[in-house]
Design a protein around this ligand. Structure first.
Ligand SMILES: [Zn+2]
Length: 97
């Protein structure tokens, strides 16, 4: 039994439909700036929520995709449950629809 048997080692991106290794990602700076934060404070948004919004987010490692790793990264094993014909180890850069 290898660690990949449950398909947890790879994620499938909901945006570009390609798979990548768990732990691979690119950082994308927050789209909110310090000026936005001032407005949020005026709007009574909680401080820890504001801080979270200002943090960079982890996005899909493929350069032309901006899928969010946390939200759009589906464990490969989940995908294979409904598509058992797919390989155990997904190929890089391959679009699996
Ligand atoms: Zn992607």
């Amino acid at each position: 039994m290898s660690a990949n048997d449950n398909g947890e080692e790879y994620l499938w991106c909901l945006h570009c439909h390609r798979a990548y290794k768990r732990g691979e990602y690119r950082w994308q700076p927050s789209r909110w700036s310090a000026e936005d934060a001032v407005v949020f404070r005026e709007e009574q948004v909680e401080q820890d929520v504001i801080e979270m919004m200002l943090e960079p987010i982890k996005i899909c490692p493929y350069p032309d995709c901006n899928g969010d790793v946390e939200w759009d990264g589906i464990p490969w094993g989940e995908i294979r449950k409904s598509h058992p014909e797919l390989p155990e180890v997904p190929e890089r850069d391959c679009v699996y629809l």
